[in-house]
Design a protein around this ligand. Structure first.
Ligand SMILES: O=C(O)CCC(=O)N[C@@H](CCC(=O)O)C(=O)O
Ligand code: ZN
Length: 338
């Protein structure tokens, strides 16, 4: 078995259900296809950095899949000489083949054991992806000063006032990592959203279970395969190449980042649940105090302070799931950094 033309995406989409594990070599190391969409690349040289790049956790978010597939091809054919450990995950190949966000259940609501409450493809896949990450980090756990990273790359349903942003998963002591924020700024990220509570997302899983620096990275609006303008990811592409080739984090001023803290999660509590915004409203649109943002037969949510903004508004989901996040700007100086 081999990855034809070093095209891991095509290989994964052709083998969406299963792949018998196999290994191979490439100019700067050894590769292990562990399962469908699960590729581990080990450099010849030992490295303190173990990086997980996950894409396609939502099957229709194709831009990041194409970006990472190009990086993998460059490593496999020798244009990039790999110096760090790398695990590439194409999260939901079945949904990707169907050009859908998910098949049965939103995969990014099933981590941290959330899969135990569901059946079907995504539940099995969440468990498999958690296992792949545990196995990958376990190899580096004995290394002194090992640095675990997980960037879970997505694109958003709506346009955004800040085109590229990250969700910083809930961190208990509210101390945020300066080196990672500088790296994200250098990677073209415009805004950071600080989560207010534990979630069942992939990035929170890697942070809470493995102590990784982990982020959900939103790279712009969603487009089908072949319709992405990959030049819009140029900054991230360059900083990932630097990380892969040298193990160095690109740096840029934190002052370029807009920071927001999550105030509230809007939860769809009834079939009558509605958001009082039209389809064109972008992520990070701000509202006036007192505006009724959401309502149903059971509840209503009013804007608490002028300037509070909505992110990820979406009511096309089952009862009990997140229909949006309410966020408020925070001054960078008010953050505790280490
Ligand atoms: O555009 C949207 O409404 C959703 C985009 C998306 O998939 N976002 C992630 C964010 C995960 C997180 O909060 O860390 C998601 O909803 O799963
Ligand atoms: Zn997504």
């Amino acid at each position: 078995m081999s990855i034809l033309n070093n095209d891991f995406l095509a290989f994964t989409l052709e083998n969406q259900d299963a792949v018998a594990p196999f290994q191979f070599t490439f100019p700067s190391g050894a590769g292990f296809v562990e399962d469908t969409g699960i590729l581990r690349l080990e450099p010849k040289q030992r490295s303190r950095i173990s990086l997980v790049l996950s894409v396609g956790v939502h099957g229709n978010e194709t831009g990041p899949i194409e970006l990472v597939n190009n990086l993998v091809a460059a490593v496999l054919d020798g244009r990039i000489s790999l110096k760090i450990r790398l695990l590439v995950l194409i999260g939901n190949p079945v949904a990707a083949n169907l050009a859908k966000r998910f098949c049965d259940v939103n995969l990014n609501r099933l981590f941290n054991g959330g899969w135990k409450n569901y059946e079907g493809f995504e539940a099995r896949r969440a468990q498999r992806l958690e296992q792949a990450i545990s196995d990958f980090y376990a190899i580096s756990d004995n290394e002194v000063e090992c640095v675990k990273l997980h960037y879970d790359l997505h694109t958003a349903i709506r346009g955004s006032m800040h085109e590229k942003f990250v969700v910083y998963p809930y961190v208990k002591n509210a101390v945020y990592n300066k080196e990672q924020l500088a790296f994200l700024s250098a990677s073209g990220i415009n805004a950071v959203l600080l989560s207010h509570q534990p979630t069942t997302t992939f990035s929170y899983y890697s942070y809470v279970e493995h102590g990784a620096h982990a982020f959900t990275v939103e790279l712009g609006k969603v487009y089908p395969f072949g319709e992405n303008d990959l030049s819009r990811f140029a900054d991230l592409d360059a900083s990932l190449i630097l990380l892969l080739e040298k193990g160095d984090f690109a740096e840029s001023s934190l002052a370029d980042l807009q920071v927001f803290r999550v105030l509230d999660s809007l939860v769809k509590d009834d079939d009558s649940y509605e958001l009082s915004i039209d389809n064109e409203v972008k992520n990070f649109t701000q509202f006036e105090e007192g505006h009724r943002m959401a309502h149903s037969k059971k509840s209503a949510y009013y804007i608490k302070q002028t300037g509070d903004a909505i992110v990820f508004p979406n009511t096309n989901l089952p009862i009990g799931q997140r229909a949006g996040l309410m966020v408020r700007p925070v001054a960078l100086d008010d953050l505790q950094l280490n």
